[in-house]
Design a protein around this ligand. Structure first.
Ligand code: AGP
Length: 606
């Protein structure tokens, strides 16, 4: 996700800002920029070092704001890099978050004659602040008035040429921390960038703003109600801050699931109509209206997400859907009839097999779509249209929050396509309600982390696992097994529970535990039978079940309860306990779960 860093004091700001951006690099980004009122604006695409040649005595000022950008709207480019200026380049902003209503704001500003030079949602903030600044002549009041027009999330810092010693900041949904120095003050997206200068920090709360000058700081609300906040001493080191205090990025990213679910659906649900708005598919809506077949493809976790998507889309669009491993699809001599659309799922957007499959299907003249997390990645650029996850950068090698986001985007796609292909408004509204409630339900799932850790400890010594699921959760059995394999190196097999009698049951004994995904859904009784088969052969069973299911706990050795949700959305809630289970087992076995042996975050080679 984006990184913000600002300074106001008595020293030259440019090297301080540069160092701050270097510290924030770990957050993932594709471009960067700095604004110093007396010196001007610097921007670069790619790494922060691209700014270095300008940093130093000739780029001087005692205040400044800076930014590393993780693209959500608009490709990585100098025009889209922050800081963004107003029409007269009098004031500049840096922003972290998503402006949900940016299109209507952009249209209104353009009609009023504003020149908007980027494709980003963030730039509209600079022009709205400009409007209020011209009226109020107060940067503080201009910012608070402007933010009242904004829907979405922001962590923002604003600085103007006319008042270079005043930085105004505000927070709604994206972290902002103030660094309290001796006659100098800092603002950052996280404390890691200020730690080199001060350990005295104040974390702003949602709805709070602050004004920083060399003389001090003031904290207030959007309605200018004063807030008294005392600095706290942080005793974390920089590495701990980057991981948000978690031991590994993997756990931090699992814990981000509720926020990711909110971000991936932000501005995309039209709940009252039981529909979804997917801007990236607007241009191909006509073709999608007449699509006759969908082939979903990907690798690893992305492929398993595609298998869940197949069940969702089949159930609600009436379109024949298949899911195929990209490494197989690219070599199959498939007869693709006209009207087939290929949907590639890829967090990195760079996976070689998935890219090859897309290129091969494009050669057949098919419509190609993408569900991708990294903006402007190769798969995003080479598919005809697509949907970005907005899950933020995933640093751990194992896919966790990205997988959760992929499933939610597939549910949104099911709404988007379903309502074009006969899905009733009632069914659409029910699914939309389920999606809207996911963040809160995911919060409840994460509250089970302590219980899951205790269960992981109990099973961490076993060297073989069977994971079982059916229908929507059939792919989650494979994904849960993959997570365990990846970070603990234990042999784990995902299986369709209906297959037990056709071989796997021969493996079961007391040394071969089973993880069963058994929500109260249309195949619940079948899953209970499979669990009884395992127990009859002395196998241990750890079950993921629906809250309120009293029957299951008499049957199995361990159970974690998951809140009830729409049947098509159960995989989203069921997958996270398995991510936690794998995480804790891997850590208990002494492995670096962020960097598992032999694995790469993006497999760009075949
Ligand atoms: C998932 O935990 C793995 N790291 C891996 O299977 C990954 O999902 C696969 O390589 C696909 O990557 P992509 O989503 O970036 O295309």
């Amino acid at each position: 996700m984006c990184g913000i860093f600002g300074y106001v004091g008595t020293k030259n700001a440019s090297p301080i800002l540069f160092n701050g951006l270097k510290t924030l690099e770990y957050r993932g980004y594709d471009s960067a920029g700095i604004f110093i009122p007396e010196a001007g604006v610097l921007k670069t695409v790619g790494v922060v070092d691209g700014l270095l040649e300008h940093i130093g005595s000739n780029f001087f000022g005692t205040s400044g704001i800076s930014h590393t950008r993780w693209a959500t709207h608009g490709v990585p480019s100098k025009e889209n890099a922050h800081p963004h200026g107003d029409c007269s380049s009098e004031l500049f902003i840096v922003h972290n978050g998503i402006v949900e209503n940016y299109q209507e704001l952009r249209d209104r500003l353009t009609k009023k004659g504003h020149t908007i030079v980027s494709d980003t949602d963030s730039e509209v903030l600079a022009h709205i602040v400009e409007e209020h600044f011209l009226r109020t002549k107060s940067l503080e009041r201009a910012v608070t008035s402007a933010l009242k027009e904004v829907r979405g999330t922001y962590g923002i810092a604003v600085l103007s040429k006319s008042d270079p010693n005043t930085i105004v900041v505000a927070r709604m949904g994206s972290p902002i921390v103030l660094g309290i120095g001796d006659g100098e003050y800092f603002v950052s997206s996280d404390a890691s960038a200020v730690l080199g200068y001060t350990k005295q920090v104040i974390y702003l709360n949602d709805g709070e703003c602050a004004t920083l000058t060399p003389k001090g700081y003031r904290i207030f609300t959007l309605r200018h109600k004063k807030r008294t906040r005392r600095p706290t001493d942080i005793d974390w080191d920089i590495e701990e801050v980057k991981k948000g205090g978690y031991e590994y990025f993997m756990l931090k990213e699992i814990m981000e699931a509720p926020d990711v679910l909110a971000d991936s659906a932000r501005g995309r649900l039209v709940s009252e109509k039981g529909m979804a708005r997917l801007g990236g598919l607007e241009d191909v809506k006509g073709k999608l209206k007449h699509v006759k077949r969908i082939v979903i493809t990907g690798c690893g976790s992305a492929y398993y997400a595609g298998l869940v998507g197949r069940s969702m889309l089949e159930a609600y669009t009436g379109i024949p859907v298949e899911a195929e491993l990209a490494s197989e699809l690219r070599y199959r001599s498939v007869v693709f009839d006209k009207g087939t659309a290929v949907l590639a799922i890829s967090q990195s957007g760079e996976t070689a097999d998935t890219l090859a499959a897309i290129r091969e299907t494009k050669r057949h003249g098919l419509l190609t779509l993408g569900i991708v997390n990294v903006v402007d990645s190769t798969i995003a650029r080479e598919t005809d249209a697509g949907v970005y996850n907005h899950a933020g950068p995933e640093i751990g090698v194992a896919s966790t929050k990205a997988f959760v986001s992929q499933l939610e985007v597939l549910a949104l796609l099911t709404l988007f396509l379903g309502r074009m292909h006969g899905m009733s408004k009632k069914d659409g509204a029910e699914l939309a309600r389920g999606i809207a409630r996911l963040p809160k339900k995911m919060d409840e799932v994460l509250k089970e982390a302590g219980r899951i850790k205790r269960i992981a400890k109990k099973y961490s010594k076993y060297n073989n696992f069977l994971f079982l699921g059916r229908t929507y959760n059939f792919p989650i059995a494979f994904e849960g097994a993959l997570k365990l394999k990846e970070v603990s190196y234990i042999h784990a097999e995902g299986y369709g529970a209906g297959e037990m009698k056709h071989g796997p049951i021969a493996m079961i004994d007391k040394s071969f535990p089973t993880v069963a995904i058994v929500p109260k859904d249309s195949v619940y009784e079948k899953m209970i039978s499979n669990i009884e088969e395992v127990k009859a052969r002395d196998g241990k069973v750890f079950a993921l079940a629906s809250r309120g299911d009293k029957k299951i706990e008499k049957l199995v050795d361990d159970v974690v309860y998951v809140p009830k949700t729409h049947e098509a959305l159960t995989p989203i809630l069921m997958t996270v306990p398995l991510q936690l289970f794998a995480y804790y087992v891997g850590v208990m076995r002494g492995y670096n779960v962020d960097r598992p042996r032999n694995l790469a975050k993006s497999v760009t080679v075949e």
